[in-house]
Design a protein around this ligand. Structure first.
Ligand code: ZN
Length: 298
């Protein structure tokens, strides 16, 4: 008797929920857009939130999800696959690894001046636009462009498509007061950063690879064919863009964990790795550099 595939069901449910939430998201149209960046949604004074994300996942091969590893909340199946792909000798694997490497994503509350009836929407964008907007606010000539009375609209020009998409941002001269009803519609942007479980990420990753996920149709793409090299360091920038600290995540992270293994004993990530490995112990198998397959029991 076969039961329901609960992992697949939960992942699909999560995708359906996301599709509903997408209505709250704003995307700049090609050409010129007029938008108002909204003031802080709580007393902490933040106008944006930022988090690391993976692209190229899910049934469409185009979905985004937050990266638990880079955001320092837990293990990430996608990052493990990226580490394996980076160890491959195939160009397609290396290109896929590049596409799946996490990016820093920024979110703002905005009102589209061309569609004010949609109320407050969420603009998800990259770090370059955050830098532009922060530079404006830090410039005494402009100051707090989000102020409900004295703030100004931004004109955002979008050109190009996909990886060639470019933005230019400039503020309008005249203040543009906000409709007070919008201030009660501000989204808690920190609450938008919701991480999927390790197993949900696996389902999303596998679905993305089945869909092609933007590759050239090679069915072996995304299925690493060689064992990882133990302790090849992977440089992982810190979660905050404002610091330059790095941590080394070995390629074997969460794939194998043994308190009696001399390499594990000396590893700074032993405990989080142990937790991650236990969570998936039934499936864990690690091919050591000597070719010996170690299969976890439990
Ligand atoms: Zn990740």
């Amino acid at each position: 008797m076969s039961g329901i595939n609960m992992d697949a069901l939960r992942a699909r449910l999560s995708e359906l929920k996301e599709a509903t939430e997408q209505r709250a998201f704003w995307t700049p149209a090609q050409g010129s857009n007029r938008v108002r960046i909204m003031p802080p949604w709580n007393e902490l004074g933040k106008i944006h939130t930022e988090a690391w994300v993976h692209w190229g996942l899910g049934e469409t091969g185009r979905q985004m999800t937050f990266c638990p590893l880079k955001n320092k909340v837990g293990p990430c199946y996608v990052c493990e696959q990226v580490a394996l792909l980076k160890a491959s000798t195939k160009q397609v694997d290396l290109e896929l690894a590049q596409r799946l490497t996490p990016n820093l994503r920024v979110m703002f509350n905005v009102v589209d001046r061309a569609a004010p009836e949609k109320g407050v929407q969420i603009w998800g964008t990259g770090i370059a636009n955050l830098r532009e907007i922060m530079s404006l606010i830090a410039d005494p000539q402009w100051g707090d462009i989000t102020d409900s009375e004295a703030g100004v609209n931004l004109v955002i020009e979008r050109t190009g498509t996909n990886l060639g998409t470019r933005y230019t941002i400039r503020p309008e001269r005249q203040p543009s007061p906000l409709d007070k009803s919008w201030l009660s519609q501000l989204h808690d942007l920190d609450a938008m950063v919701v991480h999927k479980t390790y197993d949900e990420l696996k389902v999303m990753y596998d679905a993305g690879r089945r869909s092609g996920g933007g590759d050239e149709g090679d069915p072996t793409v995304g299925v690493p064919t060689i064992a990882p090299t133990r302790h090849t360091p992977v440089q992982v920038p810190a979660a905050s863009a404002s610091t330059s600290a790095t941590v080394d995540v070995p390629d074997c992270y969460s794939l194998w964990n043994d308190a009696n293994d001399p390499i594990c004993k000396g590893c700074a990530l032993f405990q989080p790795c142990a937790n991650a490995t236990t969570a998936r112990q039934a499936k864990a198998a690690y091919v050591a550099p000597d070719g010996v397959v170690r299969k976890a029991v439990g």
